[in-house]
Ligand binder design. Sequence first.
Ligand code: PGA
Length: 329
Amino acid sequence: MRHATFRQMEIFEAVARLGSFTRASEELFLTQPTVSMQIRKLSDAVGLPLYEQIGKRIHLTEVGVELARTAREIVGAMERMDMSVAQMQGLQKGRLRLAVVTTAKYFAPMLLGAFSRSHPGITLSLKVTNRERVLERVAENLDDLYILSDPLDGLGLVAEAFLDNPLLVLAAPGHPLARARRISLETLAREPFLMREPGSGTRDAIENIFAARGLKINVRMELGSNEAIKQAIVAGLGISVLSRHVLVAGRDDPVVLDVEGFPVMRHWHVAYPHGCQLSVAAQAFREFLLRETAKERGSGHAAPAHAQPGIPAQAHPAARPTRARRALA
Ligand code: PGA
């Protein structure tokens, strides 16, 4: 038995499972004489016959049944080992291409940083662009994973929500509405509004909120980035609706207005196209992301408990132990 080889055990496992030399040779891409010869050598090594042939069927002897069980265990163990090696190789020198919508840039780099500290061999690339462009990248299959907000129905994506993405109404600190309570959407619609560019998911969401109430937005200016809008709000050019993630607790931040129906809750999703096989690196990052944000999901904190005038929405008291988690605040 000591002289039996792994290859012989692998061939015998296939013969025993398929009950045929012909089918085993097809599965293993070997000629039938090679299969027969290897089984004969294995039988010699064992010192007992492993099968009887009745007609075209192979019937295993008692020792053949025992050996088939052992062969299955050995082949299974080798397959598991192969998978572990592939996993380790993928995590040691894999590549991860991530594309995110603009607002996710406030936390995606932190998450990537934390991930890369534990997987230094993985090469990372991060593309930040608006929703329309992210969806074009999905269609062109340019990246491994995507981070974007709902709605995602009908986009052909496998998506998992990992964090709330509340939309807040923001104004300059000295704005006349800054101290008002329960501001109506009608009042808001009359205010000069700073709007993101066409193709922005934030813009779509805002337009839907107002359209659902039959209101027209008084757009004063169109700007191509959340940062530009934030600065324009502080400069007194108008109000806007932006994700809570855009606020970073600086001295010059806008204030959050208390408007009926707000914050409007959206959700961040990590997604990839249906039918796409994730790389080991992408799978590892997806798991890391879901693990890092599990606490936030559990706490259900993301709705700013203090969407009140003058109080930056991100001044949330919950302790966040890791740097990546702090970025999600
Ligand atoms: P945007 O998307 O960067 O295109 O506005 C943000 C979002 O959909 O949450």
